[in-house]
Ligand binder design. Structure first.
Ligand code: GLP
Length: 236
């Protein structure tokens, strides 16, 4: 486990973008596992800038996102598909057909979850998984629970997650109560993991996750078992 402490959100974003770009340069057909939330926006922006300068090529890259809200279509501005299009995919030369986000409007959500895992398997797994962390220790939308969920699954979001994510919605009542999320197998089988976090409010949960007992009550704690994980943290 490598822990890199930096001094600002900008530095965190730049370092994260550096690691992601190194991955894409070394393996142009990388499978990148991607995350949403406010934390990775700066890294996506930086990658977009480096692409524009001609330093990066995403034409052979495939992406698989961690999660999506149930009931929101990709056109809904609150959906994670829309988030990815606006914050990253539109800024680079990735082929739309090579970008995967779970479909939160699938008629059969259970089948959607199984298909999502099959897709990741067919792709040969994830080369580099980018993660944020929720204030309750969730990764993707793997919420604190009595057991680690292995596969992609439908999850009922915790009150604290709904409250934290309500800042992106007009009102808390608009936040979907359910989501689809990749499970721990796909995340833990990623060849490399890059977890980024910023802000004092993440410090306590990050310490618990990285140094405390490995427990499904703090889903991110399972990452202690990963052989190749880098954490970049900025206090501000
Ligand atoms: C959401 C996402 C997570 C993300 C978390 C933290 O719940 N599903 O993947 O890590 O929010 O968000 P933020 O980066 O905005 O703190």
């Amino acid at each position: 486990m490598r822990i890199i402490k930096v001094k600002s959100y900008e530095q965190m974003s730049r370092q994260a973008a550096n690691i992601i770009s190194a991955q894409v340069i070394i393996k142009p057909d990388s499978v990148l596992g991607l995350a949403t939330g406010s934390t990775p926006i700066g890294a996506y922006d930086q990658l977009g800038k480096w692409y524009k300068k001609g330093d990066l090529d995403f034409s052979k890259v495939t992406t698989v996102n961690l999660d999506e809200y149930v009931g929101l279509s990709g056109e809904n501005i609150q959906s994670y598909r829309y988030f990815m299009e606006k914050n990253f995919f539109e800024k680079i030369n990735i082929k739309k057909e090579n970008t995967f986000v779970p479909n939160g409007t699938a008629k059969d959500l259970v089948a959607e979850c199984t298909n999502y895992d099959d897709r990741i398997k067919k792709l040969g797994g994830i080369d580099l998984q980018l993660l944020g962390i929720g204030v309750d220790g969730h990764i993707g939308f793997n919420e604190p629970s009595d057991c680690f969920e292995k596969s992609t699954h439908v999850v009922t979001l915790h009150e604290s997650t709904i409250a934290a994510n309500s800042r992106f919605f007009d009102s808390i009542d608009d936040v979907p109560k359910k989501a689809l999320t990749m499970g721990m197998v796909s995340i833990m089988q990623a060849k490399k993991i890059l977890l980024i976090a910023n802000g004092k409010q993440k410090e306590e949960i990050l310490n618990k996750a990285l140094y405390g007992p490995i427990t499904p009550q703090i889903p991110a704690s399972i990452l202690q078992l990963h052989p190749d994980i880098t954490i970049i943290y900025s206090e501000v």
